[in-house]
Ligand binder design. Structure first.
Ligand code: TRP
Length: 450
């Protein structure tokens, strides 16, 4: 227990909460999942709904999680037990742990691809390939199911190593330097992308909305993507919040993280769509959209070989700082609530994730047995976690803060017991108490009906 205490102190004071929370938020969700969802949901209209979600719901939900975490100084389950003893609220925490598990399982599949793509980039295997060859490579790779599982295992092991060694501090400190570098590479890629022939079609796909495209599916996808990208609704930021000391400003943290995360996502869109349209890749191409488009842009650039390697290395690191937060939720729960020591908590969580996650990886092969009703296990895990569990978790979290924890305690937390001003606290609390629960419920139900 004393070891745990020490860890909490270190985490909060040494690196600063923004780096950790932004590290969790920025990841494959921004660069891989966001363009996929945008492409499948009609483009610009989705972008608008997405922006509304992150501003009006993302910030309040994020702040709610941080408040719960810091106030309770406890993991996702323990937090509710502490703040609402002998109530059913801890179910929200259990749901979060389960959800963290599921997300880690399929997220590690795509994380593994980043490692494969580093190797491909180093061995210059993208060079001179046209779209058909690129697509062929991508599907060949998926059909090597066990190779996917191998990379996935390596990635899970890496995550486990970091979480077990408690070296998040070190990782986040590097990430603080490396993530701005990712931003720079994305800007360079974006410039190349928008200057490709035929790029304007992609720009209008991204920026001129067709409002008739907005339906229940678009709404729920944008909501799910917003929560996914900001790491909300499953207690990752409750857990991280618990490592924060009393001096940090939670409100400005929430604003900074949402801003940084959204910037990276929009930039990723700006990189992918102009280029995709230019190369003739359909916006609905799904998984191949990002993994085929990006190397093809580098092919069109001087210095593309080196940039491409750097890009995939940074993407792998971005993924790692996200998987760390997913695993941390599970490990913090196992070690603090079930009193399994941190080492074995990590080992068991990783083994179980690999077991479940390998079904996700293997489900992407042609003629896979791991598909249910035409949907792969990978898709099902993604759908259930992002579009069902995260919004459900999010709505319960805001209801908890708005109605159970209450205004006084919320204000105490966001003002650090009255020592700092949080000028937006009243507006945000109003959203937390009334607007957010209603909005999330409406979107959620309209999505389910759809
Ligand atoms: N936000 C991360 C991304 O965009 C993924 C992630 C990490 C996550 N932790 C999470 C998603 C917790 C939901 C909940 O890549």
């Amino acid at each position: 227990m004393s070891e745990e205490k020490k860890k909490r102190d270190g985490f909060g004071s040494k690196i600063g909460i923004i780096a950790a929370a932004a590290g969790s938020a920025i990841g494959l969700g921004n660069i891989y999942r966001f363009p996929c969802e945008l492409g499948n949901n009609g483009g610009a209209a989705f972008l608008l709904v997405y922006l509304a979600v992150v501003i009006f719901l993302g910030i309040p939900v994020m702040l709610s999680e941080l408040v719960i975490g810091r106030r309770s100084q406890s993991n996702a389950v323990g937090a509710f037990k502490k703040l609402a003893p002998k109530s059913a609220w801890s179910i929200v925490g259990y749901m979060g742990v389960l959800c963290g598990f599921i997300i880690f399982a399929f997220y590690s599949t795509v994380s593994g691809w980043t490692l494969e793509y580093i190797i491909k980039a180093v061995s210059n295997s993208f060079q001179g390939k046209d779209l058909a060859a690129m697509e062929q490579d991508f599907s060949d790779f998926h059909n090597m199911g066990w190779r996917n599982v191998m990379w996935q295992a390596i990635f899970i092991f890496l995550t486990g190593f970091v979480v077990f060694k408690g070296v998040q501090n070190g990782i986040e400190r590097y990430a603080k330097i490396l993530m701005p570098l990712l931003l720079v590479i994305l800007i360079v890629l974006g410039i190349r992308s928008v200057t490709l022939p035929g790029a304007s079609e992609g720009l209008s796909f991204l920026f001129s909305p067709d409002f008739s495209k907005i339906d229940g599916k678009v709404l729920i996808s944008a909501l799910g993507q917003g929560f996914f990208s900001l790491s909300l609704g499953m207690g990752a930021l409750i857990t991280y919040g618990s490592y924060i000391k009393k001096k940090d400003n939670l409100t400005s943290t929430a604003f900074s993280v949402v801003l940084a995360d959204t910037l990276i996502a929009v930039l990723a869109g700006l990189v992918i769509f102009p280029a995709a349209f230019s190369f003739g890749i359909r916006p609905t191409a799904g998984m191949g959209l990002v993994f085929n488009t990006i190397p093809m842009i580098f092919n069109q650039m001087t210095g593309g070989y080196i940039f491409c390697i750097i890009f995939f290395v940074l993407l792998a690191i971005a993924a790692l700082t996200s998987t760390i937060s997913l695993l941390e939720v599970v490990v913090a729960y196992l070690s603090e609530e079930l009193h399994i020591n941190r080492k074995w908590s990590t080992v068991w969580a990783c083994v179980a994730t690999l077991f479940i996650g390998s079904f996700a990886s293997l489900s992407l092969m042609e003629n896979t047995p791991f598909a249910i009703g035409g949907r792969t296990v990978f898709d099902l895990m993604d759908f259930v976690s992002s579009n069902i569990l995260l919004p459900l978790g999010g709505v319960l979290i805001v209801i908890f803060v708005g109605w159970r924890l209450g205004k006084t305690k919320f204000f105490e937390e966001v003002t650090n017991e009255g020592t700092i001003k949080a000028s937006l606290k009243k507006v945000i609390f109003f959203i937390i108490r009334y607007l957010a629960p209603i909005a999330i419920m409406i979107v959620f139900i309209s999505g389910l009906i759809n």
